[in-house]
Design a binder for this molecule. Structure first.
Ligand code: HEM
Length: 224
């Protein structure tokens, strides 16, 4: 996409926030939580969009007049399923890439993960949770691996949504650091050396280095 922002500015953040909450309002799991707190009309949403844009401007650019307390705002909400954080993050990461090039999108995604983790600890006393990882069927055999990638050397193709070849499963094996693994618009997993990721065929996904990471991808397909 030619019009992705190369740097983070007030305008780029406004576009990100507008597009992100358009997706949130269409998401069958997130929409009800927001509809109950904010409403469903554009008039009801306008002040929220302005507030959230001000929040991101303050967090990413250190300017503007946001003086709210996000942790407290979420404590006041009726309890919601902790897995919604992963869904929120998946939508956010996709929108960050739709609106920004890889380097600024990475900064935005890292910030969103650390905020979501802080909120999850505050609300549930536990860091971010995710659904069970898919499993590679036993009939699939390992047939090749990528070289080891480090943070600076991750190919762009892995940083934006892509799929494995037809019928191919893959395992993302982290040697060091933390890698955010986003599956579709629905799930995020934080991969670590103790927690590898599995990629299913036909599943759009991408990775975002959260710190100084090293990992390989192993590919599996039907023997023969
Ligand atoms: C499952 C995840 C989340 C849900 C369901 C959620 C939901 C909401 C809702 C319903 C509000 C409006 C509260 C109100 O006005 O009464 C709100 C406010 C807000 N949210 Fe979230 N949120 C989530 C995650 C996050 C994350 C990860 C961030 C930051 C990266 C964030 C940043 C904010 C901010 C800045 C506000 C405004 C706080 C203020 O009033 O100053 N939210 N959220």
């Amino acid at each position: 996409m030619a019009d992705r922002h190369e740097t983070i500015t007030g305008d780029s953040l406004k576009e990100l926030v507008d597009r992100f909450y358009t997706s949130v309002r269409q998401d069958n799991m997130l929409a009800p939580v927001f509809a109950a707190a904010i409403g469903t009309t554009d008039e009801e949403w306008q002040p929220h969009l302005e507030l959230i844009t001000a929040f991101w401007v303050a967090v990413m650019l250190g300017t503007g007049g946001y003086t709210g307390n996000p942790l407290q705002a979420h404590r006041k909400l009726p309890p919601f399923n902790a897995l919604l954080f992963g869904r929120w993050l998946a939508l956010f990461a996709n929108t960050a890439h739709e609106t920004h090039s890889i380097a600024p999108a990475t900064l935005l995604i890292r910030k969103s993960v650390s905020m979501a983790d802080a909120m999850s600890r505050d609300l549930y006393g536990a860091s971010l949770n995710a659904p069970a990882m898919p499993v590679i069927p036993p009939a699939k055999r390992h047939y090749r691996s990528t070289p080891v990638f480090d943070t600076a050397g991750i190919p762009d193709a892995l940083r934006r949504a892509h799929k494995t070849a037809a019928g191919v499963f893959a395992r993302i094996v982290v040697e060091k650091g933390r890698l955010l693994y986003t599956i579709g618009h629905e799930q995020t997993h934080i991969l670590t050396p103790e927690h590898p990721g599995v990629i299913e065929p036909d599943s759009p996904h991408f990775v975002t280095p959260l710190d100084d990471v090293k990992f390989t991808v192993e590919f599996y397909k039907e023997a023969g």
